[in-house]
Write a protein that binds this ligand. Structure first.
Ligand code: FAD
Length: 401
């Protein structure tokens, strides 16, 4: 058959929702849909801080892709993308290659250490299921060996988190919950372990309302988190950060959450890059490309009102997917392409399982248990969009606290 082939690279929020929408918008005879992903499972990137802290089992945060899409309807290829040869309309994978008529690049983010000396080598990062699981295993190992190893030092139980943005703060919130549990499990005096968050800017959570920031900071401090704000990390050594004028903060676990950028496959494939991502047209196509869409954390989408790009979020990635699928349909069936319009539904940051803060519905502030419940509603809503009530029952956050 000569059906046009749509290839989607990356099964994150953007890739999964684009595939879902395409299966809804297009008949099976209209196009062949191919989804390429590194793993045979899809994971919830927005839950990775919970996996990294050890407060949630990794299996709840992931699902088999073939449980969501019928492999007869969507061709599933589990392989790693190596490079897009856009002039030849094909994609090189680690073990094979595939040609396309329409391409969607939704390969997500990569950690960015901004060249801080030693950071890439010595710090863990919250990137995917595997790197996140490694962090919780490493922390638990530090606790498990503390009472056994005569050479163990108190600072082995310190967890140092670089970066006080959204991910860093959500992560220390989970740690504040997990550390007391580990103390109980391994009979360790709870006054020994420390959780220290280091942020170079004058405040944590840039972009959040200052009342909400103050709430988050106090909630976390009350549960033992220490903040070093306005502290510039000069170097990451094997077991420490060197900050400001040379002060050394020691730890047994170091996690960098201070920066992300677009997937490096973009630059490898010859796209024009701005700060690690491609600035896309209003219809979400790459500049100068008729048949390539770039969405999710790989794309800068301009907020014309503010003259700068929207921040990368799962919320935006899912909305990109709607526009992208509609525009592919328009390309196939004829008709005008639509421009992306962001519908900001607010942002809620968790501070552990039972506390959160954020804004919803054009600016209403939420705190504490109600915010935490709202956060779980947001997480479950995504599962509903993807797989209906069945997926919520299987993978949802069903216990309120
Ligand atoms: P991803 O979800 O990262 O998916 C990319 C996919 O591509 C992955 O499945 C990956 O395996 C695959 N892939 C990567 N490279 C290759 C390759 N070479 N070959 C094949 N496959 C590949 N946003 C919110 O809106 N709300 C939140 O509360 C929130 N919380 C967050 C908490 C944490 C801890 C983190 C890290 C992020 C959070 N974000 C949140 C941001 C949000 O997760 C991202 O904006 C979102 O995941 C972007 O979606 P995406 O589809 O572009 O990328």
């Amino acid at each position: 058959t000569n059906k046009p082939r749509i290839v989607i690279l990356g099964a994150g929020y953007a890739g999964m929702m684009t595939t879902k929408r395409l299966t809804q918008k297009l008949g099976a005879e209209e196009a062949e849909i191919v989804l390429v992903n590194k793993h045979n499972y899809h994971y919830q990137t927005t839950w990775l801080h919970e996996i990294a802290a050890g407060t949630r089992n990794q299996n709840q945060a992931r699902m088999m892709i073939s449980d969501v899409f019928n492999p007869n309807r969507v061709r599933l290829i589990y392989d790693s993308v190596v490079e897009v040869k856009k002039d030849e309309k094909r994609v090189l994978l680690e073990n094979s290659e595939i040609s396309y008529d329409y391409l969607v690049i939704s390969l997500g983010f990569e950690t960015n250490t901004f060249g801080i000396k030693g950071m890439e080598k010595n710090a863990f990062s919250i990137q995917d299921i595997e790197t996140s699981r490694l962090i919780s295993e490493h922390i638990e190992y530090q606790f498990a060996k503390y009472t056994l190893d005569p050479k163990a030092k108190k600072e082995d139980l310190t967890i140092l988190v670089g970066g006080g943005g959204f991910t860093g703060i959500e992560f220390v919130g989970e740690l504040a919950e997990q550390v007391p549990k580990l103390c109980k499990k391994y009979d360790i005096d709870p006054s020994i372990p420390k959780i220290i968050n280091v942020e170079a800017a004058p405040s944590i959570l840039p972009g959040f309302n200052e009342v909400l920031v103050a709430y988050a900071k106090k909630s976390l401090e009350d549960r033992g988190v220490e903040f070093r704000i306005g502290a510039k990390i000069q170097e990451c050594k094997k077991n420490s950060f060197v900050i400001n004028d040379g002060e050394e903060v020691k730890a047994g676990t170091i996690v960098w959450t201070g920066g992300v950028t677009g997937n490096s496959i973009l630059s490898k494939s010859g796209f024009e890059i701005t700060k690690g991502k491609v600035t896309v047209n209003e219809d979400l196509r790459a500049p100068g490309e008729e048949d390539i869409f770039i969405i999710g954390d790989c794309a800068w989408v301009m907020n014309k009102e503010e003259g700068r790009p929207f921040p990368p979020t799962a919320q935006a990635a899912m909305q990109h997917a709607d526009t992208c699928a509609s525009n592919i349909k328009a390309l196939l069936q004829g008709g005008a392409l639509e421009s992306f319009v962001f519908d900001d539904k607010g942002t809620v940051a968790s501070l552990g399982n039972a506390d959160a803060m954020g804004t919803v519905f054009s600016g209403t502030k939420l705190y504490g248990k109600s915010a935490s419940a709202m956060k779980k509603v947001i997480d479950n809503r995504y599962l509903f969009l993807l797989g209906g009530p069945r997926l919520i029952l299987k993978k949802g956050k069903l216990r309120p606290f």
